[in-house]
Design a binder for this molecule. Structure first.
Ligand code: SF4
Length: 459
């Protein structure tokens, strides 16, 4: 059943809005702490010994200019030589990993940032050649890249086609000129359409577009125009993100504030409901939280076949339990642990120069973390969970184990229900949109925290 866009629904959503983790991992990265490089090496060796499938994530931190709303780890620069030097060091980082990981099958390569298309075609080719040299890349590996439509060239698209990239993700955010002025990112519909058409012609059939709601100067009218223009592009996936305004953590976001009032909870909820109404009305399937997919697209099929996963890149087709991150600030994730590279570029570079794993912090999961991680990921991806099956998987009586949490679910005001007869937790249509609130009940660290780190709003 779909939520109707009424004032009552909007007010109810706005009322539930709270600050909490996005659950792209459990525990959230805010829990990461010191970790020994030896522990990371052991984990890499384990993956290599078992020849397990691996997804590689490569972070490229550079952008030619800084958008005022940006929440990523970005280094603004126009010096393209920095990209060349960076790829050179990425190749060295690969040599530090390849001893252990060469026997693992690389089933996916994702380039994210920043703007990976900061790299010139020649540098992109050098990067992909290094990956081929140091890892065993499966011939049918999925290759994806985030592209900035304002800066992608024909030569880059040709290179990506030759390198057999099959998926791209591009940011739109909002097409209204006054909103683009406020966030200092100017990008036309024509420019965006050009990129989508060129990429399709070059063989990239799986296209994702990001839209953002909650930005200053957005109105229902302007947002409708943006949604219509995006629907017209017919991407395979659409992510409808809520703007995360965290100026204390990201001081450049003060520029957004200066340009206009950041939308309040009611206005955000209203735009979110408008987005859902328009996108589902155009035939897109609402997969969960903020992701939509065209019927028959790879992500829609993955959802249908219960193969959807939640990673630092959002909702994805689950291809591997192990994600290995390369580059500054990149996070690696395995069933047992997480680790993150140095987020300060010079520290990452110094570690690489010293031929050390550039690991800054991490987290080793204990049994309790693993049970909660499985529960939270399933709730995030499926909107429901069979506690009996979870209990069998982890050898616990899940209903007893989560006795307090199940009691607390009742105080969420109808977002989710536990049925003792079927042993299932099921989210309601409202709870599907506020599934982060439901997951917060099962998050041990969130429950125990007194001072909560700066999280984004759940709406
Ligand atoms: S292009 Fe993307 S990553 Fe780069 S500054 Fe703008 S929002 Fe941030």
């Amino acid at each position: 059943m779909m939520l109707q866009r009424t004032d009552e629904t909007t007010a109810c959503l706005a009322e539930h809005a709270a600050r909490g983790p996005r659950y792209t991992s459990y525990p959230p990265a805010t829990q990461f702490g010191p970790i020994a490089a030896d522990r990371v090496r052991q984990e890499l060796a384990r993956i290599g010994r078992a020849s397990e499938p691996v997804s590689l994530y490569v972070h490229v931190p550079f952008c030619k200019s800084l958008c005022a709303y940006c929440g990523c780890n970005v280094i603004p620069t126009r010096d393209e030589n920095r990209g060349v030097a960076y790829v050179d060091q990425l190749a060295t980082e690969m040599t530090l990993l390849s001893g252990q990981l060469f026997t693992a099958k690389i089933v996916e390569i994702a380039l994210g940032g920043g703007s990976p298309n900061f790299l010139e075609p020649k540098t992109l080719r050098t990067l992909m050649a290094a990956i081929d040299r140091y890892f065993s890349v499966s011939p049918d590996a999925r290759k994806s890249i985030e592209l900035d439509p304002r800066r992608t060239t024909t030569a880059q698209i040709e290179a990506l086609g030759e390198l057999r990239f099959n998926s791209i993700s591009l940011g739109v955010q909002d097409f209204a000129a006054e909103v683009q002025d406020a966030i200092r990112r100017h990008q036309s519909v024509t420019q965006t359409k050009w990129l989508v058409e060129r990429c399709r012609a070059a063989g990239m059939k799986d296209i994702n577009v990001d839209i953002v709601y909650g930005l200053p100067r957005q109105t229902e009218g302007s947002f409708t125009d943006t949604l219509d223009a995006v629907i017209d592009l017919a991407p395979e996936r659409i992510a409808l993100f809520g703007y995360a305004h965290l100026p204390d953590k990201l001081p450049h976001q003060r520029l957004v504030e200066r340009a206009g009032r950041v939308l309040d909870g009611f206005e955000r909820a209203s735009l979110l409901l408008l987005g859902i109404e328009k996108l589902t009305g155009a035939g897109y399937i609402h997969l969960g939280l903020d992701h939509f997919a065209k019927p028959g697209s790879p992500l829609a099929k993955a959802a249908e076949e219960h193969r959807m996963g939640r990673t630092f890149q959002g909702y994805v087709e689950h291809r591997a339990d192990n994600i290995i991150g390369l580059g500054t600030s990149a996070i690696s994730s395995t069933p047992r642990m997480f680790w993150q590279n140095h987020s300060i570029l010079t520290e990452w570079e110094a570690a690489i120069d010293a031929r050390q794993l550039p690991v800054r912090r991490g987290f080793v999961l204990d049994r309790d973390d693993r049970v909660r991680r499985a529960l939270i990921e399933e709730l995030m991806c499926e909107g429901e969970i069979d506690l009996a099956a979870l209990g069998r998987r982890y050898d616990v009586d899940a209903e007893k184990y989560f006795e307090t949490e199940l009691r607390d679910l009742e105080s969420l005001g109808g977002l989710a229900a536990h049925d003792a007869a079927t042993h299932r937790i099921t989210t309601t249509p409202m709870g599907k949109l506020l599934v982060r609130n439901v997951c917060m009940v099962f998050d041990r660290y969130f429950r125990e925290s007194v001072e909560r780190p700066q999280f984004s709003s759940t709406i």
